[in-house]
Design a protein around this ligand. Structure first.
Ligand code: AMP
Ligand code: MN
Ligand code: MN
Ligand code: MN
Length: 283
C-alpha cells in the first residue's frame, strides 16, 4: 500500500476554518497517513494537532507556511518537520506576526474609505488565532453583503492595485530558508504555479532557493491543474529539487479542495519524504 501524504493544510491557528484537532480527524477519516499542518507564519496549532494525532492512525508532521518577499512578489515557503522550539524560527515568526498586526490596521484604515466600517473588528471576529489574514477580512466583507464570494472580495479589494491591499513586507527568502534549516526542517516552495512567473523568473527563484539550501518543490498541490503538476515535475527534476504533495486545505467552505484525494506524485519524481533529514513524526 502506498502511503498517503498530505503535506500542506491550514487550521484556525491561521486562516483555516477548522480547529487543528478537527483537521487531523478529518484527514485521518479521508485516508491520509502522514499530514503536515502548515499554518501561515505560526506554529500555534501544532501541539493540539499532535495531541489529536496520538489517537488517530495518522502521523503528524510539524510544519509552517512562511510568507516571503522576493523581488516585489510574495511567495510561500513551507517548512516541513520543524522543531517547534527552535529559537530562530520562533523569533522569526514573531516578526511576521508583528507585521501582520500593523498590516491589519492599515488594511482596515483603507477599507473604511470604501465604506467598510469597523473592518478591523470585523476581521478579528473571524480570526480565532493570533494570525490576522486577508482571508479574515474577506470573510467579514462577504458578511457585509456587498460582495458574494471570498474569491470576488480578493479580486475587488485585496490584491495588488485594489483599495484594501497593503504590500507585504515579509522575510527574505534567504532568511526564511535559514529559519527552517536551523529548525531541522525541509524548505519547500509552495504551489509554484500560482505565482504566474515566467519560466525565466521561476528559474531565477529556484536557483536562489537552491543556493540558500532549499530542498523541495510542491509539485502536487490542491491548486495545481494536471498540466501544472506535470510542468512542475519537470521543473523540479531540472533543479534537482525533491517533490512535495499537499492539498492546501483551508476548510469545508472551499469544497473543491479536499484532503486525501490528491494526485500521486508523477513517476520519476523523488519525494521530500525520501530526504535524509525527513522527520515524519513529532518534533
Ligand atoms: P495573507 O497571508 O494574509 O496575505 O493571506 C493570504 C491567503 O489569502 C492565502 O493563503 C489564501 O488562503 C488566501 N487567498 C489569496 N488569494 C486568494 C484568492 N484570490 N481567493 C481566495 N483566497 C485567496
Ligand atoms: Mn491561506
Ligand atoms: Mn500559500
Ligand atoms: Mn497554504
Amino acid at each position: 500500500m502506498t502511503v498517503n501524504y498530505d503535506l500542506h493544510c491550514h487550521s484556525t491557528a491561521s486562516d483555516g476554518t477548522l480547529a487543528p484537532a478537527e483537521v487531523v480527524r478529518l484527514a485521518a477519516s479521508a485516508g491520509v497517513d502522514v499530514l503536515a499542518l502548515t499554518d501561515h507564519d505560526t506554529l500555534d496549532g501544532i501541539a493540539e494537532a499532535q495531541q489529536t494525532a496520538l489517537n488517530e492512525s495518522l502521523q503528524l508532521v510539524a510544519g509552517v507556511e512562511i510568507s516571503v518577499s522576493w523581488k516585489k512578489a510574495t511567495i510561500h515557503l513551507l517548512g516541513l518537520g520543524v522543531a517547534t522550539d527552535s529559537q530562530s524560527l520562533v523569533n522569526g515568526l514573531q516578526t511576521q506576526l508583528a507585521f501582520r498586526s500593523w498590516r491589519g490596521q492599515e488594511m482596515a484604515r483603507r477599507l473604511e474609505k470604501d465604506g467598510f466600517l469597523d473592518a478591523l473588528q470585523g476581521a478579528q471576529s473571524h480570526c480565532k488565532g493570533s494570525i490576522l489574514s486577508r482571508t479574515h477580512f474577506a470573510h467579514y466583507i462577504v458578511d457585509s453583503g456587498r460582495v458574494n464570494s471570498i474569491r470576488d472580495v480578493f479580486k475587488k479589494f485585496l490584491v495588488p492595485g485594489k483599495p484594501g491591499y497593503v504590500s507585504g513586507q515579509w522575510v527574505s527568502l534567504e532568511e526564511a530558508v535559514s529559519w527552517i534549516l536551523e529548525a531541522g526542517g525541509i524548505p519547500v516552495i509552495a504551489h509554484p504555479a500560482r505565482y504566474k512567473f515566467t519560466r525565466t523568473r521561476l528559474r531565477t527563484l529556484l536557483d536562489e532557493f537552491k543556493m540558500h539550501g532549499g530542498i523541495g518543490l510542491e509539485v502536487v498541490s490542491g491548486s495545481h491543474s494536471l498540466d501544472e503538476t506535470r510542468h512542475m515535475a519537470v521543473v523540479a527534476r531540472d533543479h534537482n529539487l525533491l517533490a512535495s504533495r499537499g492539498s492546501d486545505y483551508h476548510g469545508p467552505e472551499k469544497p473543491w479542495v479536499q484532503m486525501g484525494r490528491l494526485r500521486p506524485l508523477p513517476v520519476n519524481c523523488p519525494a521530500v519524504w525520501e530526504h535524509e533529514h525527513w522527520r515524519g513524526g513529532a518534533s
